[in-house]
Design a protein around this ligand. Structure first.
Ligand code: ZN
Length: 113
């Protein structure tokens, strides 16, 4: 993800405690929407400790979410994961899983041609 997008996330969502956001630009909107929803819950003292792509999956790990928010946070993250499964990680257009010999990633037709 480019520096401008990362900076936006760090500036707007103080609960992001990792410098390493290891994702393509195409998933920025998904992460931003997820973070806005988490922010709206107004949970005190929780952290996002990792945001990355692994084998075509969005991995978004949190720490310190109080018990009463856990189900809510979990379903918001799942929503984002479902969205990422059909969104090109490179450009954000509709995409679908591509398998190479070693990895799976989500991309649209234009981005891999
Ligand atoms: Zn694309």
């Amino acid at each position: 993800m480019n520096e401008t997008k990362k900076r936006y996330l760090f500036d707007h969502f103080k609960f992001i405690k990792t410098e390493a956001i290891d994702l393509g630009d195409g998933w920025f909107g998904i992460v931003r929407t997820l973070c806005e929803k988490l922010k709206a819950l107004d949970i005190q003292s929780f952290e996002v400790i990792e945001i990355k792509e692994k084998d075509g999956d969005l991995c978004f790990y949190t720490k310190g979410v109080p018990e009463r928010y856990r189900d809510n946070v979990k379903s918001l993250i799942e929503e984002a994961e479902i969205e990422s499964k059909k969104t090109c990680e490179i450009c954000g257009q509709p995409g679908y899983p591509r398998k190479t010999r070693y990895v799976t990633f989500i991309a649209c037709r234009e981005c891999i041609s």
